[in-house]
Design a protein around this ligand. Structure first.
Ligand SMILES: [Zn+2]
Length: 402
């Protein structure tokens, strides 16, 4: 049996990259290399059409939308030393862990909800319009890809924060609706959220800075409100399980109980909602894994954007492309896990058609690449208007969301 893809945090330092080809050190050289990468004929693509490219993205491409990545200069692991994600087994088994998670998530949601896709997401849409990119696999849970290019087939490898899902019956509930319920069940937290939003304390991920802006936190980085510590935080039960309690594995009807306001109580044996993301320590659903692998199988090449491939699930997809002898290009600030192996057999004189490694931010690079492809002889195969992005949100606390 093949190993399941388990999502785990990876915090080891990664070696600095070797830029490929050398000319890709400068912006113009990087654009030229990626142009070559995307349009050069490949062995597997029939003549008369562009080779098809799958794109694999990570947190780096959402930085320009105000979301922190993990390992960048302002990344979560560098800025917030108290960062500790909740693991799936803790969330599943401990009422206390769920209260802590939802209290943090309650504070973080407003800022994420305001954030919008950026130039990188729209550039990917335009590469699809030009007939060059056919599929996207993202590790991001922010839903920016589906907002920027709803018609381009996209797999969200680690799920999405826009919904909650019931652990018992798998019914989904919009995160917005859930947020309203959290506000109703926790009025002191709701008042506090409004206060810190007004003070700008949620515009930074730095614990000292947010403390200075009026955020009250204990040494673990948790918010504790006087009279309403997070241990008193309440969250709703799955509405469907509440109305119609499911059968448990041994055929017994589950118990789903709530307090007088509708908050889930620990005498319940079902009806727990979780974010619709693959939490750390949780396996990726086999259908999602299989669909992502098929995207790699179907593509002629792989373009990796804004990820260090630190999670096994993402690294494994790049390895699959390499094992199939498909050209790989990587655009990421900072090192990428095992990247030397992806470029080891390249002709030193190749100009990007066999592979490229660029260290420039995607929101700077990709729009210029799209412009250059448009002004050369690459014709759009179809063109749809862009979704209009509004104002960007502030930084997001990873520890409140993952
Ligand atoms: Zn349910």
């Amino acid at each position: 049996m093949r190993k399941p893809y388990m999502r785990i945090p990876y915090t080891d330092a990664l070696a600095a990259p070797t830029i490929i080809p050398k000319s890709a050190n400068a912006l113009s050289g990087a654009v030229a290399a990626l142009h070559e990468f995307l349009v050069a004929p490949s062995a597997s693509s029939p003549s008369g059409r562009h080779p098809s490219t799958a794109v694999l993205t990570g947190a780096g491409i959402s930085v320009a939308s105000g979301l922190a990545d993990y390992r960048g200069a302002r990344g979560t692991y560098r800025v917030n030393k108290t960062y500790r994600p909740v693991y799936y087994h803790e969330f599943l088994n401990k009422h206390e862990a769920r209260k802590r998670y939802w209290a943090r998530s309650f504070l973080g949601w407003t800022t994420l909800h305001k954030a919008k896709p950026n130039a990188s997401h729209f550039a990917i849409k335009h590469l699809n319009d030009l007939g060059l990119v056919q599929s996207v696999i993202t590790q991001n849970v922010d839903s920016f890809h589906s907002q920027a290019h709803p018609n381009l087939q996209t797999i969200e490898l680690h799920g999405y924060l826009r919904s909650c899902i019931c652990i018992s019956c798998h019914e989904e509930l919009p995160r917005d609706t859930f947020q309203d319920e959290l506000a109703r069940l926790n009025p002191a937290w709701d008042a506090f959220l409004r206060e810190i939003l007004a003070l700008g304390a949620l515009d930074t991920e730095d614990p000292d800075e947010r403390h200075a802006r009026g955020m009250k936190t204990n040494p673990d980085g948790d918010v504790d409100l006087p009279g309403a510590p997070y241990t008193t935080f309440r969250y709703p039960a799955c509405p469907r399980c509440l109305t119609d309690p499911p059968l448990t594995a041994n055929g017994v009807r589950a118990t789903v109980e709530v307090d007088s306001d509708g908050a889930w109580v620990p005498t319940s044996t079902a009806g727990i909602l979780k974010p619709a993301v693959v939490m750390f320590g949780e396996s990726i659903h086999h259908s999602v894994k299989a669909a992502a692998e098929k995207m790699i199988d179907d593509a002629d090449r792989l373009l990796v954007l804004g990820t260090s491939l630190a999670t096994y699930s993402a690294w494994r997809l790049a390895k699959q492309a390499k094992d199939q002898s498909k050209p790989i290009a990587i655009v990421n600030i900072g090192g990428v896990r095992g990247e030397d192996a992806f470029f080891v057999d390249l002709d030193p004189n190749q100009k990007g058609n066999q592979g490229a490694r660029v260290e420039i931010s995607t929101d700077e690079l990709l729009p210029i690449l799209v412009e250059q492809l448009r002004s050369s002889n690459v014709q759009a195969t179809h063109e749809a208007p862009d979704y209009v992005a509004k104002t960007q949100g502030g930084s997001i606390f990873k520890d409140m969301l993952s």
